[in-house]
Design a protein around this ligand. Structure first.
Ligand SMILES: N[C@@H](CCC(=O)N[C@@H](CS(=O)(=O)O)C(=O)NCC(=O)O)C(=O)O
Length: 214
């Protein structure tokens, strides 16, 4: 399998963490797509992913799977023993809900702030910007941080009692927050403590270097 990605990107991080958690590194060939040059918006890449975003998983039969959630669901199911996306209908529902909530209320909101209220990937990629919309989404992300801090006051992981795709998505959000220098307020102690625990996981710690030659 091939993953088309950008080694330091927040969304690619979600899939890199899932690859490591599922011990699939030896089965993956990473191919870098240069976002800074707008390669992801050129016809050759758009043929892989209509949405022009990274990462994209390319199967050996030529099938392309984009969208971090979809890629994670595929990878998690490969060994017939899903550990990241839920082992029962109740777990699957809760994990999907909390992962989608993490996208809507945190990660995607920070992405909009990055693309609209900062120089983003540069004028050749950011062909339309609306700073007010970007700042509104930044404020939404800060509310999202408060929400997830509240969740983590009551349970050890984002979707309940064990690590899941939902944790990985919030990790992606906080990686993006770091990249755009959006601080997690100090008073969100449960979120800070959880993030410190997450950063101790080898899958999180080694996510960027995993694609470097052994
Ligand atoms: N909904 C998509 C969003 C993916 C996404 O936005 N990826 C970023 C990659 S990174 O910024 O996290 O490295 C991207 O392609 N951004 C480029 C752009 O939006 O022009 C997903 O979940 O996979």
């Amino acid at each position: 399998m091939t993953i088309h990605d950008w080694s330091t990107g927040p969304y690619p991080a979600r899939v890199r963490i899932a690859v490591a958690e599922k011990k699939l590194r030896s089965r993956i060939n990473f191919v870098s797509v240069d976002l800074t040059k707008g390669e992801h918006k050129k016809p050759a890449f758009l043929a892989k992913n209509y949405s022009g975003t990274l990462p994209v998983l390319e199967l050996d039969d030529g099938t392309f799977i984009a969208e971090c959630t979809a890629i994670t669901e595929y990878l998690d199911g490969l060994d017939g023993s899903p550990t990241l996306t839920g082992g029962t209908p109740r777990e699957t529902g809760l994990i999907h809900m909390m992962s989608k909530r993490a996208e809507l209320e945190l990660l995607d909101a920070i992405s909009v702030y990055f693309h609209h209220a900062t120089p983003g990937l540069g004028p050749h990629v950011e062909i339309y910007q609306n700073a007010e919309w970007g700042f509104r989404q930044r404020d939404k992300a800060l509310r999202g941080m408060a929400y997830f801090n509240g969740v983590l006051k009551k349970q050890p992981f984002i979707a309940g009692e064990f690590f899941s795709m939902a944790d990985i998505t919030v990790i992606g959000g906080l990686i993006f927050a770091g990249l755009v220098k959006l601080e997690v307020p100090a008073e969100y102690e449960a979120l800070h403590a959880w993030y410190a625990r997450m950063n101790e996981r080898p899958s999180v710690k080694n996510r960027v270097t995993m694609s470097e030659p052994a």
